[in-house]
Design a protein around this ligand. Sequence first.
Ligand code: AMP
Ligand code: MG
Length: 354
Amino acid sequence: MDTEILRIESAGEHLTPDADELLQRAGAIIRQGGLVAFPTETVYGLGGDALNASSSEKIYAAKGRPSDNPLIIHICRIEDLRGIVKDVPEVAYKIAKAFWPGPLTMIMEKADIVPTQTTGGLNTVAVRFPSHKIAQKLIEYSGGFVAAPSANLSGKPSPTGAKYVIEDMRGRIDAIIDGGDVGIGLESTILDLTVTPPQILRPGYVTQQMLEELLGEVEIDRTTLREDTKEAPKAPGMKYRHYAPKADLLIVEGSLEAVVAYINRRSKTDRQQGKKVGIIATGETCDSYEADVIKDVGFRGDQETIARNLFRVLREFDDAGVDCIYSEGFDTDGLGQAIMNRLLKAAGHKRIQV
Ligand code: AMP
Ligand code: MG
C-alpha cells in the first residue's frame, strides 16, 4: 500500500492555509474505511472510523495488536458522548468540563452502535476529546468518531514525532499527517467511571491529585506501578509488553550518588565484555557517566520535559543499537506516576535498589 504523507504546520490554534483541504482529504479516507495517522497533544494516533467494525479490524492488523486490546474513541464535541455511551453519568460531564479537550480518557458503558471490534469485545467504551487542532479537525471531517490507538507497531514505544510513525506504519496505512512533535509525549490518563470511586487504569498527564481535587476519592489500579503476578491490569492493553526498546533495560534506584556509581560500575564491566551501553540520565547527572550513548531526559524537577523525552529516547537507543540500557529511577509524585509506569513497562519491571 502507498502511504501518503501530508505535512501540516501548526502553531497552537493556527494551521497553514492548505491545512483544511488536506484534513478534508484525510477525513474522507477515514469515512471510506481507510486509516490515517495523526498528531494529538499526547502521542500520534492511528485513526479509523470507530463505528465501522472493519476499520477497527484494519487498525489491529496494521499495528499487529492483539484484538482483545480495546481502542480509544476520539470525539471533537462533548455532546457527542451521547452518541456512543449508553447513559452518560453526570460525573462524566463534570470531568469533561474540567479536563476536555485534553489528555484524559473516560471509560463508560457503550451504546449499541459501537461495534465490539472497537472495544476489544467489552461492553464498555473509552472516550477522549483531544485538544490538538489537527486532531479536532480531522475527527470532525471523519464523521465525529475516530478510533485511535497510538500509531506504533504493537510493543514499541508510542510515537512522539512523525518520523517514528513513518518508520512503523509506512506501507501499512493510507496516510500519515506530519504535524511536528507532540507536546506531552505520554498517552492519556485512563479513568474508569464504571466503578465507585472512579479508578485510574493508566496514569498520564492528568494526575491522580488533579482528579481528586475535582472528584474527592479516586483510586489507581495497583498494577500500574507494581508487578503483580496474581492480578491482571484492568485496562487490557496494560498487560502486554510495551514501550520496550530492543536492548535490556534496568532501572536503578537509590540516592543519586549511589545510582551513578552503580551504573558506572556496570557500564565498565559491560563495555569490557564488548557490549554497547546506553544510559538514561538527567540534567543533574549526565556529565557523571561513562558509556557509549548517554541521553539526558531533563532535570529531575522538570517532569514535563522528562515525560516528553522518554519515548523518543527509548527509540533512539534502538537506532543506536545499544545492547543494554541503565536508567535512573524517578519519584512517583504528580506526573512521576505516569513516567515510572511507562519506564517500568519498558524495563519489563526489572529494577534494582542500590
Ligand atoms: P492505546 O490506544 O495504545 O493508547 O491504548 C489504549 C488503552 O486503553 C489500552 O491500554 C486499552 O486497554 C485501554 N482501554 C480502551 N478501552 C478500554 C475499556 N473499555 N476498558 C478498559 N481499558 C480500555
Ligand atoms: Mg499504545
